[in-house]
Design a protein around this ligand. Sequence first.
Ligand SMILES: *Cc1c(COP(=O)(O)O)cnc(C)c1O
Length: 468
Amino acid sequence: MKYISTRGIAPELDFDDVLITGLARDGGLYVPKEWPKFSNNEIETMRELSYADLSIQIMKPFISNSISSDDFDALVRDTYEKFRHPAVAPLKQLENNLWLLELFHGPTLAFKDYAMQILGGLFDEALQRRKKRTTIVGATSGDTGSAAIEAFRNREAIDIFILFPKGRVSNIQQRQMTTVDSSNVHAIALEGTFDDCQDMVKSLFNDLEYRDKYNLSAVNSINWARLLPQIIYYFWAALALWAPNRKVSFSVPSGNFGNVFSAYAAKALGLPIENLVVATNTNDILSRFFNSGKMEIKRVRPSLSPSMDIQVSSNFERLLFDLCERDGSLTNEIIENFRTDGYFDIETELIAKRANIFSACSVDDETTLARIKKTHKDTGEIIDPHSAVGLEAAHQIRSSGLVSSEIPIISLACAHPAKFPDAVHGATGFYPDLPVQLDDLLEKKEHTVVLPDDFDSVANYIADNTNV
Ligand SMILES: *Cc1c(COP(=O)(O)O)cnc(C)c1O
């Protein structure tokens, strides 16, 4: 399998190089040159597989043969063995034709563990094989950072630097990043928003001299290897509801457009998905886009679902590339204009023609709280605010008639409610229990550095602290 850049200039790469490079050298994102297709017969036989075996089967065509088959299989099995639920990603029925897919049974209690843990293993293996070291630099609005730190702590060949927006992540999220006591882990509180963090990471990568000198790699969701393992749970959930003999829809709480792009990829691989609901909070650039064709930046407003407080969704470029019929220079032109003007538009007919599976809905904080409360009252389930945005969007889209009520909607529960205790308390009047693994989190000592939103300060800090 070869990968190409969405800007059309950077060289085609194998999986291994895409894994280690992250962002393409022309500023684009890597995507598979073509999608392998699974037939309905093949998909049917996947029903009897365990989560780990399903992962192995679906990911194999995407992975280069530089990692041995045995090593890869072992890595995947070891990874999912450590998850807390025997089903890895359990599916719960909430109502007739409405299901909740729980993706918070990994070590940091958010869906990002499902991919990041695999990525950590693959990275380590590839670097050791090449006898190289790397500096991982990433931006997080909360969950990515802790998932990355947990996946890369104590790895021999890696130093990891995670930038998070100071004061804009939850206490639990912050502590998951700052209490890790590993000399290769650096949590940086940047004085800015998540988009500032993300722009900072992009600037570091776009400084090619700096990038080469410190051997920078990315693990935020611009890295294709982050999206690949996310494809699995879409198959897993659909198979449980009898795919490919029955279609399903998904509602995906979205920020950077990584998770829902993985769903789009699952569809490209042959999974019969009817509809993808892109659910956003009041930072609704994505839902405005899908409803109007206009992509327009507005100011980021802090919400109860901070992992979706984003106004520039970096993974959207992967879909844009397909909307542009994979024309890299057109994609480049649109993105460059967007960077200067904060605006572009695409004819809605074109979206309907080339990406007709998407619908979108935004949910404000008040409605989010009401959904947490109602879900608890009706079903006994405690959901976090991100999951509530997805579930509320599923309800709204269904009652608007935009998706069929005969087709099951699977709504993604992206984080454990204990990661967002204040929101849950605000909705229900009680605090959710922290799983036993995190019992001592609130007592541990924090290690963090605060830096201004200034290129030189960040670049120098990383240079001084990496072992590359
Ligand atoms: C990261 C995250 C999201 C957003 O996912 P994207 O892939 O960035 O769209 C939503 N909810 C939670 C809990 C997250 O951690």
